[in-house]
Design a protein around this ligand. Structure first.
Ligand code: COA
Length: 591
């Protein structure tokens, strides 16, 4: 049974303050001790188009937000038309009658309550700009969120816009709350915070990512603005210099990547952040870093593709490029956070891996993680293991070989200017000293050396590499990666409630794969379902090539996260193929 929760969606035109409304309400709920998870979609345009913000408030930690909701606040007709279909039975639409003239499409099972957002904002706040504040006041009352807490957040947010704007917004907020007092009656929601929630914070995936980088000792960040990764660059600009780091907004994606390579060459932990099209542009330089064996972390916040595609929507479709997108054969490590909490710990881990294995590490985040905010336990910096690059011994310095062919493939690295360490780091194939060398024998040897680092890593079977939730007696196992985890976990739980046992394997490292762990997961079940949010089954192809099996593929490229219900539906289908129902009245006795 799902724990008590409430799901609210707010929809309206981009620029009307939909995102602010949801953000303020969910943050206030969190300050009251509730767990929150939020999701937003917004248009690619700066103003206009349909924006929506969905939030789940609950007493217990939340795994997945789902897509259906009980309460809809519709600012305009477009939002009402687009979203009424997604409502749970018995839900309520609150709509602005000045903007929503036509309710004819809404089914009879949905209650409809007019809320004069525009009129109240004009009358009480003196400006229709405050209609989102009317909605915020009303929804605060609906969700039993303390008005003073919300007002405090409104003050924080709008004080920079001047007293007049602030006063007008507070007046609209109060008007909305008062209206709620008069109209809400039995529809109000009262959730009790769990006292044992512990120290927690509300944070987005992108913020958690940059915090993870700071915890790992990142000292250089260069990026070029691109949705939905820009907020990582913005966060870095505000905070990295406070920790002795440097942030550069470069003239383009390629120069951002090139300068990270330079920073790494002089010994700094360096990172960049981008999204699909930017990752492609960086491709050649990522290959260069791999050949030069330089540590660098690349955050790729995936969005809908191809090309500029669906810039503000969800998709997991950069996996193939992240793994295979190189000129020639250049090893890199690819990890994929599955939760906002993972964004912190796994980004920190990416720095350790980059330093340890001296190669680019791509962190495949996605829009879902990047823009959603979530209640997570306060990050524990003592859990971050900060690795440093391998340095030469005095013995090795007698005849320093930057690319020494070692049993692990990892060779000692020095900072430029170190006496006795003169070397070049070429993109051209080179020998152990770094001197360009084009013989086939040397090329094969250096390829083997570089790829040996991945073999060394893939043999590590450590807990952080994957979440493995085996279920005794399960015939089915779901394999997912990245932000599909919460939906899969909830689906497995719902399946268990129907008597279908399903295991769940969710790797955090996707290249190289944690082979031993995957083989174990595969060996225990009759059928595997691979769930991913792309059109062609990129991870599934990768798994099939490696492990030679035949999974059921559940693929979505709808621009929104897959829901627990969708996964459950597939589980039930596959379960039924393993256990076909006996035809009514049929007898299996031998005649
Ligand atoms: N009074 C005064 N100002 C208010 C307000 C109020 N009652 N309510 C909101 N605002 C301000 C917000 O503070 C924000 O201004 P700021 O940016 O100066 O902080 C602005 O109005 C927009 O409000 P917000 O709630 O943040 O967003 P929205 O729901 O109106 O949606 C965006 C607009 C943010 C989604 C849209 O402008 C946007 O950025 N789209 C994405 C563009 C993109 O990334 N494209 C892809 C390019 S490849």
């Amino acid at each position: 049974m799902s724990a008590p929760h409430v799901l609210i969606r707010i929809g309206g035109e981009g620029g009307e303050g939909i995102i602010s409304t949801g953000d303020l309400l969910s943050r206030a709920a969190s300050r009251q001790g509730l767990c929150i998870m939020t999701y937003r979609t917004y248009p690619a345009e700066i103003k206009g188009g349909l924006a929506q913000f969905q939030m789940k408030l609950a007493s217990d930690p939340i795994r997945s937000i789902g897509l259906r909701f009980q309460h809809l606040m519709a600012f305009n007709q477009e939002a009402l038309d687009a979203f009424h279909d997604g409502m749970l039975k018995g839900g309520t639409i609150y709509y602005d009658p000045a903007e929503c003239p036509d309710l004819s499409k809404v089914s009879g099972e949905i209650e409809r309550v007019p809320i004069p957002l525009t009129d109240l904002a004009k009358e009480k706040g003196g400006s229709i700009r405050g209609k989102n504040m009317v909605a915020l006041g009303f929804l605060s009352r609906l969700a039993s969120v303390d008005l003073e807490t919300v007002a405090g957040l409104v003050r924080e947010k709008f004080k920079r816009k001047g007293e007049k704007v602030l006063d007008s917004n507070l007046a609209s907020l109060n008007a909305g709350y008062d209206l709620g007092d008069q109209t809400i009656d039995g529809r109000g929601v009262k959730l009790t915070p769990k006292s044992q929630r512990g120290q927690s914070i509300v944070i987005s995936g992108n913020e958690a990512t940059m915090l993870g980088a700071l915890a790992a000792g990142c000292k250089y960040m260069a990026g070029y603005p691109i949705t939905p990764a820009s907020s990582i660059l913005e966060f870095a600009t505000r905070h990295l210099p406070r920790f002795g780091g440097t942030v550069v907004q470069a003239e383009d994606e390629i120069s951002a990547m090139a300068s990270c390579i330079g920073a790494s060459f002089v010994g700094k932990k360096a990172m960049t952040a981008t999204s699909g099209p930017g990752l492609m542009l960086k491709g050649e330089l990522i290959t260069l870093a791999s050949t030069q064996e330089l540590p660098v972390v690349i955050i790729d916040v995936q969005r809908g593709g191809p090309s500029t595609g669906l810039p503000t929507k969800q998709e997991q479709s950069d996996l193939k490029f992240a793994i295979y997108g190189t000129a020639g054969e250049a090893p890199k490590i690819v990890v994929a956070p599955a939760t906002v909490e993972d964004c912190f710990y796994l980004t920190a881990k990416a720095f350790s891996l980059a330093e340890e294995y001296q190669m680019p590490v791509i962190v495949l985040s996605d829009t879902n993680l990047a823009v959603r905010t979530e209640t997570v336990p306060e990050f524990d910096v003592s859990r971050v293991d900060v690795a440093e690059r391998l340095r030469p011994t005095p013995e090795q310095m007698k005849d320093y070989k930057r690319y020494e062919d070692t049993p692990t493939g990892v060779s000692p690295i020095i900072d430029p200017g170190t006496p006795g360490g003169l070397h070049i780091a070429p993109g051209l194939e080179h020998d152990e000293y770094g001197t360009p060398c084009y013989t086939g024998v040397n090329h094969t040897k250096m390829n083997a050396k570089r790829f040996r680092k991945l073999e060394t890593l893939s043999k590590r079977a450590e807990e952080w590499m994957a979440d493995w939730a085996p279920v005794e007696g399960a015939e089915l196992c779901i394999i997912g990666w990245g932000s599909t985890k919460g939906a899969i976990q909830e689906a497995c739980q719902m399946a268990a409630e129907r008597g279908i046992r399903v295991s769940h394997f969710h790797p955090r490292i996707v290249a190289p794969l944690p082979e031993a762990q995957i083989r174990e997961a595969l060996s225990k079940v009759k059928k595997v379902i691979v769930v991913e949010e792309n059109f062609t089954g990129q991870f599934s192809h990768f798994l099939k090539a490696k492990f030679k099996f035949d999974p059921v593929e559940v693929l979505r490229s709808m621009g929104v996260p897959i829901t627990p219900d969708e996964v459950l539906e597939e589980i039930v289908k596959v379960h039924e193929t393993l256990h076909p129902a006996k035809p009514q009245g049929a007898s299996y006795a031998h005649r």
